[in-house]
Ligand binder design. Structure first.
Ligand SMILES: CC(C)(COP(=O)(O)OP(=O)(O)OC[C@H]1O[C@@H](n2cnc3c(N)ncnc32)[C@H](O)[C@@H]1OP(=O)(O)O)[C@@H](O)C(=O)NCCC(=O)NCCS
Length: 129
């Protein structure tokens, strides 16, 4: 799993208990997973279809640096399935896991269309040739 995006937890990201607000984290994860899917499927039109159980493993505090990790676990006909983990960048302690996020490749009308991909492709193979 690659951890691309780092976030520095600030006061505006906290819940009333003073720890990282789950809604902020889910917003970041959904965007990170959408970008991952767009890059993998080569189509800017992808939509979130399904998110499995979300395990908030441990909390994060203001000032913590966290990193968001995504990997593709399955390529369907029109869909891509991802696994996600968020962890503390310094201690590597797990903060959140999502076993399954499904994104669907859609056309201009928002209808599912085949993406033709079967395996993870890497940036160096996609853009630098
Ligand atoms: C995404 C959407 C276009 C799919 O339409 P649909 O009629 O369900 O499409 P299909 O039944 O053909 O399924 C499309 C793919 O999603 C998968 N899928 C459908 N329901 C699923 C579910 N509950 N869990 C996992 N995968 C699912 C199907 O297996 C299929 O994948 P495949 O082609 O790789 O086999 C439609 O549901 C939609 O527009 N949803 C709203 C999306 C959105 O607005 N997301 C933003 C979040 S608010």
């Amino acid at each position: 799993m690659n951890f691309h995006t780092r976030k520095w937890i600030k006061p505006e990201d906290l819940n009333p208990n003073g720890t990282l607000f789950g809604g902020s984290l889910l917003r970041w994860i959904d965007e990170e997973a959408a970008i991952y899917s767009i890059v993998q499927l080569g189509n800017p039109r992808v939509v979130t279809k399904f998110i499995s159980e979300i395990n908030f493993v441990s909390s994060a505090q203001s000032g913590d640096i966290i990193e968001l990790g995504i990997t593709a676990t399955e390529f369907g006909n029109t869909s891509i399935t991802l696994r996600c983990e968020v962890r503390n960048k310094i201690t590597r302690k797990s903060i959140l896991t999502i076993e399954k996020m499904v994104f669907v490749n859609v056309n201009e009308e928002g209808k599912p269309v085949a993406h033709g991909k079967t395996a993870i492709t890497y940036i160096k193979d996609q853009f630098l040739n």
